[in-house]
Design a protein. Structure first.
Length: 249
């Protein structure tokens, strides 16, 4: 199921991405390396994606050819149609690893910016005392991605919660009708690097973790639900083929 979902994304939203990195180049620590591509905004042009751990703490890391987080969406003034830009680590972990109800889908860690709405109601990223005005600040989410024909033939969306359904969600779920968690992990952006540290309850939860690196754009559906949040563009994929070749070290 995971391979079919990833293949769907590759076929439908990657027609302009050069797939020269399908050889899955890795360094000695298992990072997925990607050749520089001058046709991509350098701030989303991935040179390497790597994930490593120290005990229960797993560090998700991405190296860009430009400046991490420098490019952010232009505000549209409303939730409907709002743009989102993201750095994404698709993983082989099951969604219930981080508290979602089990089921199909790709569990991905993302860092996002979206100036038209705030989906981290427990956190005040800019420290101004207002919990509802921080969407443009780069922040983290866990999301579950699934195919959704309403986003386009074979396209992906963040998995929707049907009206009236009450699936299990993580404790820091922001209340949106999609499989999204706002855990409060602060992305660290320094020059060409973006890093997120994640603490898991048990080291065994991440045994055998495989991963990839993606930079992408999403957009809130004009109907604001079903689907709510569609993947609309993919700028770069570290592996070139979304095969999750990265190995946790």
């Amino acid at each position: 199921m995971l391979k079919s979902i990833l293949g769907s994304l590759l076929i439908t939203v990657l027609p302009t991405v050069a797939l020269a990195d399908g050889g899955h180049a890795q360094n000695q620590k298992g990072a997925v390396l990607s050749a520089e591509n001058p046709e991509i905004d350098p701030n989303f042009d991935i040179l390497a994606a790597h994930v490593h751990r120290e005990g229960r703490v797993v560090t998700f890391h991405m190296t860009l050819s430009g400046t991490a987080g420098e490019t952010v969406p232009e505000p549209q003034g409303a939730l409907a149609g709002a743009p989102v830009q993201s750095y994404v680590w698709p993983t082989s972990l099951a969604p219930d690893t981080v508290g979602f109800e089990g089921g199909e889908g790709i569990l991905a860690l993302v860092a996002t910016s979206h100036p038209d709405f705030d989906d981290t109601p427990l956190f005040d990223e800019d420290g101004d005392g207002d919990l509802k005005n921080d969407g443009a600040r780069w922040h983290s989410h866990w999301v579950v991605l699934t195919p959704n024909e309403a986003c386009g033939p074979g396209a992906l969306s963040v998995r929707d919660i049907p009206d009236g359904a009450t699936p299990k969600m993580p404790a820091t779920w922001p209340g949106l009708p999609i499989y999204i968690d706002s855990p409060g992990y602060s992305p660290v952006l320094a020059a060409e690097e973006i890093t997120i540290n994640v603490a898991f309850a048990d080291e065994g939860q991440v045994e055998g973790l495989k991963y990839d690196g993606v930079t992408s754009a999403l957009r809130v559906n004009r109907n604001v639900h079903a689907p709510l949040l569609c993947v609309t563009d993919v700028f770069d994929v570290a592996s070139g083929d979304l095969s999750l070749p990265g190995k946790l070290h």
